[in-house]
Write a protein that binds this ligand. Structure first.
Ligand code: SF4
Length: 290
């Protein structure tokens, strides 16, 4: 399972096409995510099928409020991320220290049958790829999905939506309409996305792609003090969501300092005022982390 998909070789360089970054990786080097390597002209990802975080969470914690409400979901996370948010709450696995990275890739790959056993053994029929960026497990998700479906298990992804068009399309072809995704929409300007190591246009296109594929989609906007706490920007984002459908749930969530971003937590009154603004255009607006 170590060999990755979505890449091509140009001489000694491998161009990875899993996410929007399109890293060109020299022999022995890794991409920006830190978990995909050029090893002798082949792109490998040693963390595929290997997880360092596992918990049973309420579905609402993902957050997904309009999909299997009231149920619990078997939740798995691994290492690495395709963005670089300075306030990441899960930075210890998104940007792991060497020891955690090595411990994770040193574990055995979780087979599809073992995953089914774990989920069913917990009395559940839902599994989430979450905590770190789940599209870094895209190959594993595509390989295990048929076995999960056969066992009556549905899949949720909690993603930054930064995958390439090709990877998003291929990943969606492995999922089915009982599945769900919570996609972060972290800001609504190109400049702010750049500060987070992301790309707004890619995320917008992927949100539309997931919705058009019939997957259940909810969106999350973390309102970060001093970064995207801007009424005009928020209003433009809400207008854009409403232009696709006013049925798309939006989670407006409170930021807390983490990693190397130390501005004060989002002002609660301000958060509520943004949510009321959104409620004028969207039918399902939820406030989170308060
Ligand atoms: S997944 Fe993204 S960040 Fe990682 S190597 Fe590929 S293009 Fe680069």
């Amino acid at each position: 399972m170590m060999q990755a998909r979505w890449w091509k070789r140009n001489g000694d360089i491998i161009s990875c096409n899993l996410c929007f970054r399109g890293c060109n990786i020299k022999q022995g080097g890794s991409g920006k995510c830190g978990v995909r390597f050029n090893k002798d002209g082949v792109l490998i990802s040693p963390c595929l099928g290997k997880f360092c975080a596992c918990a049973v969470d309420p579905v609402e914690k993902k957050p997904l409020f309009h999909w299997n409400s009231g149920k619990f979901i078997y939740s798995l996370g691994s290492v690495g991320c395709t963005m670089s948010c300075p306030f990441c709450q899960n930075y210890h696995i998104a940007f792991p220290v060497k020891a955690l990275y090595e411990k994770t890739i040193g574990t055995s790959e979780l087979s599809a049958d073992d995953l089914v056993r774990n989920v069913k053994g917990s009395g559940l029929n839902l599994v989430a790829f979450t905590y770190n960026e789940p599209t870094l497990q895209a190959e594993y998700i595509c390989e295990t999905a048929p076995v999960l479906y056969e066992a009556g298990i549905s899949v949720a992804l909690v993603t930054n939506g930064a995958m390439s068009h090709e990877a998003a399309r291929d990943l969606l072809s492995c999922l089915n309409q009982n599945d769900a995704a919570n996609i972060d929409i972290k800001a609504f300007t190109t400049e702010t996305y750049k500060k987070l190591g992301g790309e707004l246009d890619t995320v917008k296109k992927n949100i539309e792609l997931f919705i058009n594929a019939g997957i259940h989609v909810e969106l999350t906007n973390l309102v970060v003090t001093g970064l995207n706490d801007n009424i005009e920007e928020f209003a433009a984002m809400v207008d854009w969501i409403a232009s696709i459908s006013d049925e798309i749930p939006l989670h407006v969530t409170r930021y807390f300092p983490a990693r190397n971003y130390n501005k004060p937590p989002t002002d609660i009154e301000f958060l509520y005022s943004l949510a009321s603004m959104a409620k004028a255009k969207l039918k399902h607006v939820h406030i989170g982390n308060v």
